[in-house]
Design a protein around this ligand. Structure first.
Ligand SMILES: *Cc1c(COP(=O)(O)O)cnc(C)c1O
Length: 364
């Protein structure tokens, strides 16, 4: 048997996800000590102290398997959103939910529509299942819903809407979302990826996706504790959908996919409104500092409603990435999305944000 037969054929051509460069790696490679990472949209204030305390307590019980249903967490989320717990699936991060979605719906040859550039894991998960990706270039930096609608056919199973979009950071408005929903069949499953929800709702034009779900069951709202809640390291995300979809997705998931520490940390984080509010407030302060700098220096950027911003630095992002790295600042270079002169930069603390601006200023 040659190697090409050994592996599932979709795996051989699968694209590897390129994550933000870990601080530990930069320390080792460049011998630097003082490094800031503005590359993965993490919470610069750290995790909720309540979540950390909950993890400490729970650590004593990690010899016991977690609750496979994550019942406490699902009940709490259900109460918050006025849903039935049976409409909620917990994932080992939102990324796992994206995999469950592809595994639940995609037969070989089925089509999934997404924007380009957008969150790469949609593509990987769909391709893994033998699905066909239909990637629609952004138009005026936004999801081009008119073309989305035109591309719908009998094979279309899924539509991914990354809102706010990663890497561009901007939102699709309620009006634009309404246009999409009004012009596609009911039996297409629409995934609204709201990983940056708490930042995005500061924009009054951000859609009320729960209202959409109430009217249209074939909708999946994806959220995560990795970003604003600062729990990226313990891995918890979830989706809100119809009972029917959640029931099928639950069959696909690993039995104990939500571990004990993640479950209690998420529960505690949900209680810590103050931590979320502080984080969102800091985000928009840091964002303003960056925007001011970009404007003063005539750098084109996309108006963001998330905790990162996409900016055109008019220089090869490979070079800028490396030069910033040497100054101890990790960002995400745009060439990864074929936007060669752009950078995606997360907001940091005020100090970190200013350090990024100074480092960039020295290059430009
Ligand atoms: C971060 C992110 C997610 C989920 O991340 P997890 O850490 O796996 O929860 C999902 N979608 C987008 C667009 C993201 O940026």
């Amino acid at each position: 048997m040659n190697d090409n037969n050994l592996f599932r054929k979709e795996v051989l051509t699968l694209k590897r996800y390129v994550p933000g460069k870990p601080i530990e790696e930069v320390k080792k490679e460049l011998g630097l000590e003082d490094i800031i990472k503005l590359a993965s949209n993490e919470n610069p204030l750290g995790p909720s102290k309540k979540a950390v305390e909950a993890i400490r307590k729970e650590a004593e019980s990690i010899n016991i398997y977690p609750d496979p249903a994550a019942a406490n967490l699902r009940e709490k989320l259900a109460r918050r959103y006025d849903l039935n717990p049976q409409q909620i699936v917990i994932g080992n991060g939102g990324e796992e939910i994206i995999k469950f979605i592809a595994q639940t719906f995609i037969n070989a040859g089925d089509e999934a529509i997404m924007a380009n550039p957008s969150f790469g894991l949609y593509g990987t998960s769909v391709s893994h299942m033998g699905g066909k990706l239909v990637q629609i270039p952004l138009k005026n930096y936004k999801h081009d819903f008119e073309t989305f609608v035109q591309k719908v056919n009998d094979k279309t199973k899924l539509i991914f809407v990354c809102n706010p979009n990663n890497p561009t950071g901007n939102i699709m408005t309620s009006e634009e979302i309404e246009y999409l929903f009004n012009n596609i069949p009911e039996d297409i499953v629409v995934v609204l990826d709201e990983a940056y929800y708490d930042y995005a709702i500061k924009n009054p034009k951000y859609p009320e996706s729960l209202e959409i779900l109430k009217k249209r069951p074939n909708t999946i709202i994806l959220r995560t504790f990795s970003k604003v809640a600062g729990l990226a390291g313990v891995r918890t995300g979830y989706c809100l959908t119809s009972k029917e979809i959640a029931n099928e997705m639950t069959k696909v998931k690993g039995v104990f996919n939500a571990n004990r520490l993640a479950q209690v940390a998420a529960l505690a984080a949900l209680e810590d409104k103050e931590h979320i509010e502080k984080t969102v407030e800091l985000n928009y302060e840091a964002m303003e500092i960056m925007e001011e700098y970009f404007e003063k220096n005539n750098l084109e950027y996309i108006k963001s409603n998330s905790n990162f911003v996409f900016v055109n630095v008019n220089m090869d992002s490979r070079i800028v990435f490396q030069k910033l790295l040497e100054k101890g600042v990790i960002i995400r270079p745009g060439y990864l999305w074929n936007w060669d002169n752009w950078l995606r930069v997360s907001t940091g603390t005020i100090e970190q944000t200013q350090r990024f601006i100074e480092a960039l200023g020295e290059l430009l």
